[in-house]
Design a protein. Structure first.
Length: 323
C-alpha cells in the first residue's frame, strides 16, 4: 500500500511539474476562441475584440471560430469535449451558460462542471423598444395598453429561448400582462420587422437598437439593466420605469475546457484582465453597449452559478417547454 501511495505521490508531482513547464512555454501555437453563435452578433463582436488584444499580449495568434446552432449548445459541446490544453477557449454567454441548460433537455454539457472559468468580460442590457406608431410612450403606458388588450400585443426577439425571449416573458410576469412572443432567426430580422411596423414591440440587444432610437425610427421605453446604458443614456431602466427589481443583462466571459492546468488559466486570466484595461478595448466594447466587469476565475465561477440559477427559474416561469 505504501508503494502505491508513493507511486501516486510521484505521479502527482510529475503532473504538477509538467503543468508548470507547459505553462512556461504556453502558448506555442495558435489558440482557437470559439464563439458559439453565427458571425455578426454582439457575442461575436466581443470575442473578436478580446481575441485581437489577447493575441498581442500573449504573442500568439488567436483565431475566432464561429460555431452557431441550437442556442449556442453546438459550439459549447465542442469546447467541452476539447483537449484541456489551453488551445481551445470559448466566449461564455448568458444564453449558453445560463439559459440553454434549462431550455434543452440534453444540452450536452454542465456549465459548472465541463468548463473552467478564466474571467468575466462584461455585460450589456437588452432594450424594450416599440415602433413609433405604437400608442405607448412609456413602460407604464405599455402595461396599461396590454392589460386593456390581453394577448393582442406581439413582441419579437432573436428566437425561442434567447435572452430577448426570456426577458420578454420575465417582463410580462413581472407586470402581470399577457403578450405574445414572435420568434425570429436572429436579432437583425426581428429589428427589421419592428422598423417595418410588422411587430409593435421587441426586446433586443441595446447595440442593435440604439442607432434607430436616436434617429427616431424606434422609441426606447427602457433598458433591462439596473443602471442606464451609455448607448441610450436618456432611456430609463426598468426599475426607473416602475418595474421593481427588474434586472436582466447579457453577461460575457471566457472559459476553457475542464481540466485545463491552473498555470495556463492564470496566464490567460492575466492577459484577459490586461486586455480589458486597455483603452482600445474599452472604446470598442463601449460601442457595443458593453460595461466591462473584469474578475478572477473564482469570481466568474460564482457568477456562472448565480446566473444559471436565476435564468433557469425565469425559463421555468416563462412556460417555455424544454426542447
Amino acid at each position: 500500500m505504501r508503494g502505491v501511495s508513493a507511486l501516486l505521490a510521484q505521479l502527482l508531482v510529475a503532473l504538477g511539474i509538467a503543468g508548470v513547464a507547459g505553462a512556461q512555454t504556453y502558448p506555442s501555437r495558435t489558440i482557437t476562441m470559439v464563439v458559439p453563435f453565427p458571425p455578426g452578433g454582439s457575442t461575436s463582436l466581443v470575442g473578436r475584440v478580446i481575441a485581437d488584444k489577447m493575441s498581442q499580449l500573449l504573442g500568439q495568434s488567436i483565431v475566432v471560430d464561429n460555431r452557431g446552432g441550437a442556442g449556442g449548445t453546438v459550439g459549447a459541446k465542442t469546447v467541452a469535449k476539447s483537449e484541456p490544453d489551453g488551445y481551445t477557449l470559448m466566449v461564455g454567454y448568458t444564453g449558453t451558460l445560463a439559459i440553454a441548460p434549462s431550455l434543452y433537455r440534453n444540452a450536452g454539457y454542465d456549465p459548472r462542471i465541463d468548463f473552467v472559468p478564466i474571467g468575466m468580460i462584461g455585460s450589456a442590457p437588452s432594450s424594450l423598444v416599440v415602433h413609433p406608431s405604437f400608442p405607448a410612450k412609456t413602460v407604464a403606458e405599455l402595461v396599461a395598453y396590454a392589460k386593456a388588450n390581453p394577448g393582442k400585443v406581439n413582441f419579437g426577439s432573436a428566437g425561442i429561448g434567447t435572452v430577448g425571449h426570456i426577458t420578454g416573458e420575465y417582463f410580462a410576469r413581472a407586470t402581470g400582462i399577457s403578450i405574445v412572443h414572435i420568434p425570429y432567426k436572429g436579432t437583425g430580422p426581428a429589428v427589421s420587422d419592428l422598423l417595418g411596423g410588422h411587430i409593435p414591440v421587441s426586446f433586443s440587444p441595446v447595440a442593435a437598437t440604439a442607432g434607430n432610437v436616436k434617429a427616431g425610427l424606434l422609441r426606447g421605453l427602457a433598458v433591462t439593466s439596473i443602471r442606464r446604458n451609455q448607448l441610450l443614456p436618456d432611456v430609463p431602466t426598468m426599475v426607473e420605469a416602475g418595474v421593481t427589481g427588474f434586472d436582466a443583462v447579457l453577461a460575457y466571459g471566457l472559459v476553457a475546457p475542464a481540466g485545463t492546468p491552473r498555470p495556463i488559466i492564470d496566464k490567460l486570466s492575466a492577459a484577459l484582465q490586461a486586455a480589458l484595461a486597455s483603452d482600445e478595448v474599452k472604446k470598442q466594447l463601449a460601442l457595443d453597449g458593453t460595461e466591462i466587469t473584469p474578475s478572477t476565475p473564482e469570481q466568474y465561477a460564482d457568477f456562472i452559478d448565480r446566473d444559471e440559477r436565476k435564468w433557469s427559474e425565469l425559463v421555468k416561469a416563462s412556460g417555455v417547454e424544454p426542447e
